[in-house]
Write a protein that binds this ligand. Structure first.
Ligand code: HEM
Length: 513
């Protein structure tokens, strides 16, 4: 009997039966593929413990990951998952295996010793296509090397007027602080950093601290929020394209960038070259390759790289300073004894503020802003350790699989840090503790090391030093009704490591204290 006839004879409508058949075929094909992969993996090495899934293809595991992400318990969940001898776990989700690790030897292999085995990969490129295009953050191989080489001269140094520009926007930030009302710290710090980096790298600030409407910032936020969920969804991300699910943001982002890039492209090469040392990044890129998409991709990547980690770290730092008056006062004493409260610090002056430096480093340890990162396996290979019953055996990984590594989690492990109070913010520990590059790696190690680490440190230290010069204290004001004030602040993983509740603080100026 023909297949269709047999299906219709079992009493179900043909469409339902066909649907069931299609699902069965997909599931069987996936199971067969997994069996083949298991055979290849056995040849390569051991396996990490697998997180148990109850539903085919790990649909329930994916659901749990998304749920924990939405409930801001993702960080706690990953710590739970990694609580095994090899600090590595295998998650089977639709689209394939995802390995998660905070084992420092594995992190070192991914970032450095086996760099060529792990890349950003096609999947990341596809998911981030409409935000990062072909930029340094989303490419591998020769294109990534070219991108990095072109950005390095501009990002790896700070320019003579960087602090002047920073000060202009810092004054605007302080205008908000001086209003005397509790304010949401991250909101203004994020705008502050956006205004600075667009001023420095684009040559035109968004001025979001003084403008009422912030369409560009809102658009970027909407695109990033969607992209972080799409990253978890992996191969299913294609079902939720950003140009459709964040249409307004997608249009706004493009309109904003195109207008600015086109304005620069309208200048002749000679006009641009005349500016010599004063060329901003947008102009430098326009001279190198006068192509709208190329310039736009690089600039958005730089904006993302330079704004978010700095703004997030400074916000966590203010949160902690508002709760640690002793540390605030120690920084205050160091400022009083060196530059005083009138003169603005320069790079040299900041070097003489050890407690401020330690506070920044401790914040990067405890709240690493890029806490979780992901790589695609480029060829069948092994992670050096974390497999087998003892958690010491190499783990086989297959080309195309995804490996996520959690630096924030490794920087909070007692066995790695060498002290017990790993979850406590304590800048003073740095007076007697110099971590190795396996213990503390906020800027990555190896070829993909952060290009803006000097600029980033300068921004963070300058902003906080100026804050302590101008303000007598920071008062923590609870969560403004968003949650009971005695609830701990949780970490919200939204691409970066943010806060699940608003950081509400009041800044008391020195003159009125
Ligand atoms: C708190 C401040 C910062 C932290 C913690 C930080 C951290 C990082 C990390 C962990 C990476 C590696 C990302 C990956 O491998 O996927 C990275 C890459 C990068 N960072 Fe930063 N960053 C900071 C500030 C900055 C600033 C201010 C800039 C620009 C001025 C910048 C520019 C870059 C660039 C261009 C890359 C890409 C490097 C590559 O893929 O080759 N970063 N950063």
């Amino acid at each position: 009997m023909p297949l269709l006839e047999r299906i219709s004879n079992n009493g179900l409508p043909v469409s339902v039966s066909l649907c069931g058949l299609a699902v069965t075929i997909v599931v069987v094909a996936a199971l067969l593929q997994r069996r083949k992969q298991a055979q290849r993996l056995n040849v390569l090495g051991s396996r990490a413990p697998a997180y148990p899934s109850k539903l085919p293809l790990g649909v329930d595991t994916l659901y749990k990951l998304v749920r924990h992400m939405r409930q801001d318990t993702f960080f706690e969940f990953t710590r739970e998952l990694l609580d095994n001898p090899g600090r590595t776990v295998e998650l089977n989700i639709p689209g394939g295996r995802l390995l998660l690790t905070d084992n420092v030897d594995n992190i070192k292999a991914i970032q450095f010793t086996q760099f060529s085995d792990f890349g950003k990969g096609e999947r990341t490129h596809k998911i981030w296509e409409n935000i990062l295009g072909d930029s340094v953050f989303s490419t591998d191989g020769p294109l990534w090397v070219k991108n990095k080489d072109e950005l390095r001269p501009h990002l790896a140094k700070s320019r003579p007027n960087d602090l002047e520009i920073t000060e202009k926007h810092t004054q605007r930030l302080f205008d908000h602080f001086r209003r005397g009302e509790p304010l949401e710290v991250y909101d203004v710090i994020d705008r502050h950093q956006l205004d600075i980096v667009t001023d420095i790298f684009y040559g035109e600030s968004t001025n979001s601290l003084v403008e009422k409407e912030q369409p560009f910032r809102d658009a970027m936020d909407a695109m990033l929020r969607l992209a972080s969920v799409r990253t978890i969804l992996g191969p299913l991300a294609g079902l939720f394209p950003d140009w459709l699910f964040a249409r307004k943001a997608y249009m706004e982002l493009n309109a904003y960038m195109n207008t600015r890039v086109d304005r620069t492209l309208a200048l002749s090469r000679e006009e641009l070259l005349k500016k010599e040392q004063k060329m901003n990044l947008m102009e430098t890129l326009a001279v190198k390759q006068p192509d709208r998409k190329y310039i736009k991709d690089q600039l958005i990547a730089v904006l993302l790289a330079s704004k978010d980690p700095v703004a997030i770290t400074v916000s966590w730092l203010i949160y902690e300073l508002s709760r640690h008056r002793d540390v605030f006062e120690k920084i205050e004493r160091e400022i009083r004894d060196t530059i005083g409260f009138e003169k603005h610090p320069d790079g040299e002056a900041l070097k003489n503020l050890p407690t401020l430096k330690n506070a920044v480093k401790e914040t990067l340890r405890l709240y690493h802003p890029l806490g979780l990162n992901i790589r695609e396996v480029k060829a069948d290979t092994c992670l050096p350790t974390g497999g087998g019953a003892d958690g010491q055996q190499p783990i086989g990984v297959l080309k195309g699989e995804q490996v996520a590594y959690a630096v924030m989690s490794s920087q909070r492990r007692e066995a790695v840090m060498g002290f017990a109070d790993v979850d406590t913010w304590d800048p003073c520990r740095w007076e007697n503790w110099t971590p190795t590059s396996s213990q503390y790696l906020p800027f990555n190690i190896g070829p993909r090391i952060c290009l803006g680490r000097v600029f980033g440190h300068l921004q963070m230290e300058y902003t906080v030093a100026r804050m302590v010069q101008e303000f007598d204290r920071i008062e923590w004001c609870g969560y403004a009704g968003a949650a009971p004030d005695d609830e701990p602040m949780r970490i919200k993983i939204e691409l970066n490591t943010k806060f699940d509740k608003p950081i509400m603080c009041k800044f008391i100026p020195r003159s009125t204290a």
